[in-house]
Design a protein around this ligand. Sequence first.
Ligand SMILES: NC(=O)c1ccc[n+]([C@@H]2O[C@H](COP(=O)([O-])OP(=O)(O)OC[C@H]3O[C@@H](n4cnc5c(N)ncnc54)[C@H](OP(=O)(O)O)[C@@H]3O)[C@@H](O)[C@H]2O)c1
Length: 296
Amino acid sequence: MKRIGFVGAGPVGTTFGVRLAEQGYPVVGVADLQEESAARFTRLVPGARRFGGAQELVDAVEVVFLTTADDAIASLCAALRWRPGQIALHCSGASTVQALEAARAQGALVGSIHPCQSFADVEQAIANLPGSTFAIEAEEPVRGLLLEMARALHGDTVVLSSEDKVLYHAAAAIACNYFTTIVKIAADLWTRFGKTPADAVKAYLPLLRGTLANIEAVGYPRCLTGPIARGDVATVRRHLAALESQAPEIAVLYRELGRHTVPIGREKGTLAPEKAEEILRLLSGGGEDAARRVQP
Ligand SMILES: NC(=O)c1ccc[n+]([C@@H]2O[C@H](COP(=O)([O-])OP(=O)(O)OC[C@H]3O[C@@H](n4cnc5c(N)ncnc54)[C@H](OP(=O)(O)O)[C@@H]3O)[C@@H](O)[C@H]2O)c1
């Protein structure tokens, strides 16, 4: 089996190292600018050793993961000497394999494997990696190697072209990062009635777990609940009045997300066309002309 090494021992490099080694892949070492990060890697990956520098590691293994921050991948890759047939990989969702062009120009094979997962710290990353979906961008034979790795990590896979990669990553940022932002915006509203955002987060966690469970159990559009799904025009009107008077900057967001929620309610079948029209009129600021027709 090809020996594997990691340049960059942040949450992602370390987690791949730990989980691939567990599955029997020969993870032989790591190079990182931070002594502490490299030491953590070698502590967590049995048999792995710290290399003095990235080039020393590249010279010693057949498969190299460049798991630095995105901005460093291309310049790091260009600063290294690669052997024909060697495999250079990265785990970025926003960068394409173009970032590894310098390795390819020297005869190396290139690819990327992006875990569709959020890693806030190493411990949580090690727990969450198995079962994630992995987005793979590579030609054969690297594609086969990455599909096999994803399977070993009990994950699903999606194979992407370079052209689709950035939109794929923007979509993941909406689903994951903006979800986090939306919860914070909602939690901060609690300060307007004398409670703390921490109180709100505590209250929301069971709600959010229930929401995720609904998405998983019944899927879209049946998972949508709330006043728009019910066609409860009066409640939407009251929400808007409260937000306009107490948090007008958030009313803008409420209106925009509401416009994207109406079609889900229509598709679910619980939001009648005339109620949908009325809600869209309210969300658009009340003008008859601003109402958009929604298709069932
Ligand atoms: N975090 C996530 O949720 C997530 C999810 C999916 C994919 N990814 C992708 O995974 C990759 C790694 O992410 P991460 O969050 O683990 O990154 P990170 O926390 O920035 O860790 C990268 C490590 O690489 C080191 N490094 C930077 N340049 C180096 C060099 N020339 N030689 C050796 N070591 C070097 C860094 O040291 P310094 O601190 O000194 O720079 C740091 O310890 C990125 O491409 C990212 O887009 C991340």
